[in-house]
Design a protein. Structure first.
Length: 295
């Protein structure tokens, strides 16, 4: 895929995110969905949207998490309401190697960044109600804190976790997550949201997914540092949503929001890439092996 085409898609997705952040005054990874069932998903396949797509669709603010293409709406006997605007969904398509080609890229195969458009069910009419699942309470009582504790306990090849420090951090040299005592946080939710952030960093260790933002020497405030922080923020939001934890928003000031907006605008490729890496980290921790149709 030509870089110009990929750049245009990255710019389009980043612009959509910038517009939503500016309009809502909220970073989507600081306000995730509150359960797995509430995560944005395709109405027909019931597969959850992945990576940056999940945040973009969640930010649209619809009561129901179900999305579909115009074609899918038509196939269900409905249609998109006049004047409604879609949201692009990005995905990677791998092109198989072509040994007969003289193009080096085609000879070794390559990944193409593609996209299509989806609408929320609330933007449609005529879809039979029986086709739209109702969001129901689970059969058993779910305790988000217990879910979070169990998730960390069950993580395969997990890092060492030491409590009692005055700060929260991940040290890749010793492969250790350092956390203050749980009682030092304003709430248990805040504790686990912070712990998830550091655990996402740890998944970048060379013994796990070997992410450059962790394995390489990264200078504080650099582009790679910002990208790794975005991966950790998004990944922690995925984990919070998985457990049903609604983390407290620590900083939603104009300066903080503008700082992220400037970083995203400076490198439009960062958002899609960070979302993809955050998704991989989440999949690693919860041991999900989903078909990567929606990047």
């Amino acid at each position: 895929m030509k870089k110009n085409a990929r750049n245009k898609i990255n710019e389009m997705i980043t612009q959509k995110m910038v517009e939503r952040i500016s309009a809502t005054g909220t970073l989507p990874w600081r306000k995730p969905w509150v359960s797995q069932d509430a995560r944005p998903q395709n109405l027909v396949s019931r597969k959850p949207y992945r990576g940056v797509n999940a945040f973009l669709l969640h930010m649209m603010g619809y009561a129901q998490p179900y999305f579909l293409t115009m074609k899918q709406a038509n196939q269900l006997g409905g249609k998109v309401l006049k004047g409604e605007h879609s949201m692009p969904v990005v995905f990677w398509k791998f092109v198989e190697p072509d040994e007969t080609s003289t193009d080096p890229d085609k000879q070794r195969g390559y990944a193409m960044l593609r996209y299509y458009h989806v609408f929320n069910v609330a933007q449609c009419e005529g879809i039979p109600e029986r086709k739209i699942p109702k969001l129901e309470k689970p059969d058993r009582e779910i305790c988000p804190i217990m879910e979070a504790e169990q998730l960390i306990e069950d993580m395969a090849n997990k890092p060492a976790i030491e409590y009692g420090r005055t700060y929260a951090a991940y040290n890749p040299l010793t492969d250790t997550v350092h956390m203050p005592p749980q009682e030092m946080f304003l709430s248990d939710e805040a504790f686990f949201a912070t712990c998830f952030h550091e655990i996402i960093h740890s998944v970048g260790h060379s013994s796990r997914l070997a992410r450059k933002g962790v394995t390489d020497a990264v200078r504080f405030g650099s582009h790679e540092y910002s990208k790794e922080e975005l991966v950790a923020e998004m990944g922690a939001a995925f984990l919070c949503g998985h457990c049903g934890i609604l983390p407290a928003v620590e900083d939603n000031s104009a300066a903080y929001l503008n700082g992220w907006l400037e970083r995203l605008k400076a490198d439009p490729s960062m958002l899609v890439s960070a979302g993809q890496q955050a998704q991989k980290a989440y999949d690693y921790i919860v041991a999900e092996k989903l078909e990567p149709v929606m990047a």
